[in-house]
Ligand binder design. Structure first.
Ligand SMILES: *Cc1c(COP(=O)(O)O)cnc(C)c1O
Length: 406
């Protein structure tokens, strides 16, 4: 039961519209693996995955087997890639729920083989995607160990190589030499895989930035075509309406986005209480804010336990009745205080946008100077908190119910 007034609205039209725009950018080079990992970047995977599958995502990418099972229950037909490896104890669920695991170690192969043997599965019945580490030193098999892994796969008849992929470290840095180097290593790996006579159906690489930058789509898809495979790009963040700015290696911002994306999530609450304070009155823990004049404060029932970053203390703002209201004092665990001194007619129960948009005219104020739409985005919160919008979105806690809206 959720009765505290704090919730996140997940807009289906915006998610679908972002997806269609990205699909158009990808065509004719690539299909889309829609990344819904980390609970769809905090948007709620059980809400977003069915919408994306219905809209035509060729694959869905999840963090874990647990998340994959939750998606399978709502998307019976979808191809689901578990992107972060495989742990002992998860292999039976992988087979039972027809999830496709990312593998790159002999342990992964051993786990799947045992599960396939227990089920007496016929040869070539368990698909896997092999991740190649082309220069991130994170997940994936390096070129030096690639042949050993391929030998293992060949020695386990139940399994087959359905896909091969890699991940770029710096796709938003357009002139980073890292990108070329990784693409070259990937080409080399694909050549060796073909020489070893494996024929994956899917080859995928790149994230939102790779897709929106576009330069690599043609060469990567040509590479896939050379091996008769279908090419996919894997956008995550852009589906939800955000994108990292494109920069040059010297930090200078360069390219515009090819499409306008719309934030899918609106994070809302309501005013719990109001009070007036005199000059000299302290606000919140540590008394880090002291009023220099008479002020009117609104109390919000949201804190860092809901995922509102504590670094927004004395620095972030929210929207109240179509105006900006600054956060004053420290964000506490369950509560935050904002300054509504300059905002007319504020009342207990008024809807507040933590992330979202509001205009004063919406609240009955005369149009004109106040008719403009104001926005707070996850990017704004990230800038205030000194982090990236990915973290802001993923940090919205389980205490905040996600509600799908039209
Ligand atoms: C998270 C992730 C993506 C999506 O990245 P975005 O920057 O959100 O588009 C793609 N591929 C892999 C392997 C990932 O881990």
């Amino acid at each position: 039961m959720h009765t505290r007034p704090i919730w996140a609205e997940i807009s289906r039209p915006r998610l679908i519209s972002n997806f269609k725009k990205l699909q158009a950018v990808a065509a004719p080079h690539a299909g889309l693996l829609a990344v819904v990992k980390a609970d769809a970047y905090g948007h709620g995977v059980t809400i977003c995955a069915p919408w994306l599958a219905e809209a035509g995502a060729e694959w869905l990418g999840v963090t874990s087997v647990e998340e994959g099972v939750a998606v399978r229950r709502r998307c019976p037909q979808a191809r689901i890639l578990v992107m972060c490896g495989l742990w002992p104890g998860e292999e039976d669920a992988v087979l039972e729920y027809k999830l496709v695991p990312t593998i790159w170690t002999v342990q992964h192969i051993a786990l799947l083989t045992r599960a396939a043997e227990r089920r007496k599965l016929s040869p070539q019945s368990v698909p896997m995607h092999l991740e190649i580490d082309t220069g991130m030193s994170r997940q994936g098999v390096g070129l030096d160990e690639l042949l050993a892994i391929l030998d293992r796969i060949r020695a386990t008849p139940a399994l087959y190589l359905d896909g091969v992929f890699t991940h770029f470290s710096s796709p938003e840095i357009l002139d980073s030499p890292q990108n070329d180097a990784q693409q070259q290593h990937f080409a080399e790996a694909l050549g060796r895989i073909a020489t070893a006579r494996f024929h994956p159906t899917w080859i995928h690489a790149g994230n939102s930035s790779t897709l929106l930058a576009r330069d690599r789509l043609a060469p990567l898809s040509a590479l896939a075509r050379q091996y008769n495979a279908k090419f996919l790009v894997r956008p995550g963040l852009a589906l939800y309406g955000y994108a990292l700015p494109f920069v040059q290696i010297d930090g200078v911002q360069t390219r515009e986005m090819p499409v306008a994306l719309e934030p899918v999530l609106r994070w809302k609450t309501r005013i719990a209480a109001l009070r007036a304070i005199e000059a000299g009155t302290a606000v919140g823990y540590g008394a880090t804010f002291v009023a220099t004049q008479t002020m009117r404060l609104a109390l919000l029932p949201v804190g860092y336990a809901d995922g509102l970053n504590r670094r927004l203390s004395n620095c972030g703002s929210v929207l109240v009745r179509g105006h900006r209201a600054a956060i004053v004092g420290r964000v506490s665990m369950d509560l935050t205080i904002v300054d509504v001194s300059q905002i007319p007619d504020v009342a207990v129960g008024d809807e507040v946008a933590l992330i979202g948009e509001q205009s004063a005219s919406q609240f009955g104020e005369q149009a004109g100077a106040n008719g403009t739409m104001l926005r707070v985005t996850a990017e704004d919160q990230a800038r205030w908190a000194g982090t990236i919008c990915y973290e802001i979105l993923c940090a919205i806690s389980v205490r905040v119910p996600r509600v799908g809206v039209e």
